[in-house]
Design a protein around this ligand. Sequence first.
Ligand code: M6R
Length: 363
Amino acid sequence: DKGPYRHYMLKEIFEQPAVVAETLEGRIHNGRLLEESFGYETKALLDKTKQVQIIACGTSYHAGMVARYWFEEVGIPCNVEVASEYRYRKTVVAPDTLFVTISQSGETADTLAALRSSRSQGFLGSLVICNVPESSLVRESDVALMTRAGPEIGVASTKAFTTQLVALRLLVLAMARRQGIDEAQLKEWVEELHALPRQMEVVLQLNDAIEKMAEGFADRSNALFLGRGPFYPIAMEGALKLKEISYIHAEAYPAGELKHGPLALVDAEMPVVCALPDDPLLEKVLSNLQEVRARGGELFLFSDKRVKIELDNYQSLTLDDICPTTAPIVYTVPLQLLSYYVALLKGTDVDQPRNLAKSVTVE
Ligand code: M6R
């Protein structure tokens, strides 16, 4: 039932504050991570883990890419790869590596095949982050950390992605404690997670302004998404959403790569989308955007209200008081809405985009 919403995708975007809260329920409390809620077996596996190998496809792979920044920040080496490449490659597994798969459906053929072959590769064990309790990946993994997004009907993944990021963040916090991160720091990070549902609710209020912004894309056939650090995979996710449901060709680049090729594509016909959180890479990203402007590219920005933008021409929407560790999750929401409204203007089948299936159970 779509309720008052025109499409499942829009309904699922708006459900995010609630399902993120649901995914945190019983797992954090009063600034504390309740690790006992992960279960004894999971805790025992995490105790032995020294590194992490993440495998996933599509949107779930983007969640893994964000998590790599988080794991390495607390001193845990982390590799991330798409399942279809990993499974056919000869790999060298470092001692004490945990094999982590991420999947909404738990039935993605390549991810499942990668899990099966991981068994003979010398991993410590396997953990799946999944949304479907009775799925193959949950049954075949040693332990599972469930997202509680509820059924996701729209082919374009939205609430599954943000709840995967929440589950990954919980995992990172559990590992951080094992790395000896001090309790005050941990408490602050847990509180940032606790504040997340409310922050997502506030961002959803940009809905009407984003609908208006989408008009700038309706007659375009290309778009560029830029980001640095964990906002690079968020840019990839934004580009995937746009191409998937509006059929506009969209590419994501790490902003620092612009000069190494993609800048040649930028002219007045090229919309460029970028999130501008108040983070240490801000100045670098702003100078990349300056290069875009110098070639006439049209900027569509989502920026923290503390950020001063000194560019000659741009459209921007402001986000308020976003916490640093959860910012990639919050900035995902306006990108989802932007794709949705562009698709609406183009009149595509938003919930059932052409050529795609919700669950990719064949290779
Ligand atoms: O069910 P999974 O998370 O394993 O699915 C992986 C991808 O097929 C999926 O995320 C796909 O990229 C989405 N349709 C993107 O919106």
